[in-house]
Design a protein around this ligand. Sequence first.
Ligand code: PFF
Length: 441
Amino acid sequence: VFVLAATGSAIGLGNIWRFPYVAGENGGGAFVLVYLAFVASVGVPIMIAEVMLGRRGRRSPVNAILALAREEGLNPAWWWLGGLTVLAGFLVLSFYSVVAGWTFAYVIETASGTFEGATLEAVKREWNAIVSSPAAMLLWHTIFMTMTIVVVSRGVRDGLERAVRWLMPALFVLLLVLVGYAMGNGLFEEAVLYLFRPNFADLTALGVLTALGQAFFTLSLATGALMIYGSYLPASASIPRSALIVACADTAVALLAGLAIFPLVFAYGLEPQQRESLAFNTLTIAFGHMPGGQFFGTLFFVLLGVAAWTSAISMLEPATAWIIEHHHVSRSRAALAAGAAAWLLGIGSALSFNAWSGYRLWDKTFFGIVEFISTNIMLPLGGLLIAVFAGWRMSRRSSADELDIGDGALYGLWRLLVRIVAPVAVLLIFMDVLGVVPLTL
Ligand code: PFF
């Protein structure tokens, strides 16, 4: 059950929309390899740590960390770590809702046949038409956020699991259909080489940081989401096993999305660097030309929207749980307050593609800044602190007891990864980007 909820959280726009675009922006192969290495060596151990903290703390992230700090006789100021994760999840939610809104707009357009036989030009024009309308973007953003608030205010449990149970297999099958189409109609070999043949000269320090941020983003780490789902986890469930299943499923979906998208990118002469529009433009061309594309395309965007929904729910839950505990209000009020605040902030992201596209800082729009700060800075930083807390500050006895995998090689491996590998990796990457230690070009 936890596996279902956590998979619902992990699989979403991060896999199908974000992964291909950051991979394309950072040159492919080397980025993908580094990303996979981060998922395995940094992501999975931190995921285990975060779920473990949640289950042992049994409260919203802020109070869970506070309770654990007390139990271990540590400085109560560690509650800040809980606060950082809740804030990060909140910031991610604000722009995630805007992107999820695009999938809704694409449902309508695909269902009404806009993309039947569409050319590259037409598809690009349609993308611009969709994102350049402030009113439409705000409307979809509002609808998506409302849907998320409604579910969270009712308590997340049962509906979510039922949805994930049919959603994930359906999405998986549709992705396979898309990969099959890309094999027959795209430059598949070229795409495989692009994605899996590393050329490290393509990878910058910022690219490595982006790969790290993407590993955290796609696994829903350091946002409190897994801590809160962990707090609902029964003591009998195996945390390491669940984490591995979630990480494998999540990675499989991202790689399938890449294999569906890049063969068509090359076949149609699209540029891999077209950022936010990459997945939408490529997939709509595919749906516009495949038999039954109108049906499959509509279904695909509906499923993607639902996948985004199950992710967004997990982002709103930590802040909601914290407000309930802290202000002693009802669940629905707490969800409304947190969701409305994220909605307000998200307006800036919705307008970043139209009315406010000219307002830039470090050449980034409002959307770009919120995305960068939350994904590439706050998530790795929160992950680093979770690793330090679980690996160094929490007693060996507590973590061994909670993980319940004995004191053998498996536990030793986790402890090594969470104490040394994960923190050192994050620190080195931060220093590399700041130019303190030049590791990459
Ligand atoms: N993991 C989600 C995705 O890949 O789409 C995004 C996400 C969900 C990020 C939940 C953060 C979070 F707390």
